[in-house]
Design a protein around this ligand. Structure first.
Ligand code: MTE
Length: 322
């Protein structure tokens, strides 16, 4: 990337895959289709008890309401060339340097403006919820895009169980701080731990997903194991990884890339082809996996999710609130 300081967004992929993921995935999709065609009720949902590093199979039901027709990127694309600065700033760093990271056991602390707060084991956080598979278009701030079959639970459903109060105008997220397992945290490229946030109505939007897996298996470390945010109408850097804290708050919370470069990365980070990044256009994107010489395609407002989310921003100047 032609930049002066480390930048988020470049979400693409390389490196050998560990298993026959896509074939398994395609077979599973066919099974699901067959099951649905036969009127078989859901395949059930399950977060494996006492689970597990990346790659353990998850029993998730595909949600056809959240599906795009473009084929998903390969497991390699998704897992071997991405940004997770806690493991280094090269695109290959997360896959190369995340072996030592232990995503299990995992607890999440919930605090702030909510009736139910405390420290929750990931299993307990997920237990009441059905795991869903959703195929989302993802748009990185650097004008790459991917299609990813996530597994997770709707963020809003999880947040509601904490009964946020009227003062909960925003929800803030924090990544784990573990320099001994995350070598990037010993380097001053960002302020650690990584933090992100959403307005409460954004968080409650049905599109917002707390992901625990991709391609039908638990998240690999480099993609944010064991729990991460997915907001497909926003640039990729909103998708905070390895979440250990959820905090309900009245004030707009600080966010890592906005702290680092406020003129370049706003709080909202909505995909918007009409608002360029100060150093490059956001009008078009390169679809990862389409070949080096493939032409770029136009970027869609809210990454194609305009119908679902435009109402959240009615009346706002999106050039100012970028
Ligand atoms: N979360 C943490 N904790 N640290 C990071 O460096 N990078 C962000 C986001 N979440 C990042 C993070 C950026 S810049 C991008 S583009 C996405 O993760 C990439 O994640 P993915 O390609 O695995 O979806």
């Amino acid at each position: 990337m032609l930049i002066r300081r480390p930048q988020p967004g470049d979400c693409a992929g390389i490196q050998p895959s560990e298993i026959t993921d896509e074939q398994v995935y395609l077979d599973r999709r066919n099974l699901l289709r067959a099951a649905l065609a036969m009127g078989v009720a859901g395949l059930g949902t399950a977060w494996p008890a006492g689970a597990v590093s990346g790659g353990a199979p998850l029993n998730a039901k595909r949600n056809p309401a959240f599906h795009v027709s473009d084929p998903p990127n390969s497991y390699d694309d998704i897992t071997t060339y991405n940004n997770y600065y806690e493991f280094g700033t090269d695109k290959s760093s997360p896959a190369a340097n995340s072996d030592r990271f232990k995503p299990t056991p995992w607890t999440v602390t919930v605090s702030g403006a909510a009736e139910r707060t405390g420290k929750f084991a990931l299993e307990d956080l997920l237990k009441p919820h059905a795991l869903e598979e959703r195929v989302y278009r993802m748009r990185c701030v650097e004008a790459w895009s991917l299609v990813i079959p996530w597994v997770g639970v709707p963020l809003g459903e999880v947040l509601k169980t904490f009964k946020p109060t009227a003062n909960a105008k925003y929800v803030a997220f924090k990544t784990v701080l573990r320099p001994s397992e995350m070598p990037g945290q010993t380097v001053n490229v960002l302020q650690w731990p990584y933090v992100e946030g959403l307005r409460i109505d954004e968080a409650m939007n049905p599109l917002a997903l707390l992901a625990v897996g991709l391609y039908g298996k638990t998240l690999p470390n480099q993609n944010g194991a064991p729990l991460r945010l997915v907001t497909p109408w926003k640039y990729g850097f909103k998708g905070i990884k390895s979440i250990v804290e959820i905090h309900f708050t009245e004030k707009q919370p600080p966010t890592s890339w906005n702290i680092s470069a406020p003129d370049e990365y706003g709080f909202y980070a909505n995909v918007n082809p009409h608002v360029d990044h100060p150093r490059w256009s956001q009008a078009r994107e390169r679809k990862i996996g389409s070949g080096l010489f493939a032409s770029k395609v136009p970027t869609l407002m809210f990454n194609g999710y305009e119908q679902e989310v435009a109402g959240l921003y009615r009346g706002m100047d999106l050039a100012k609130n970028f």
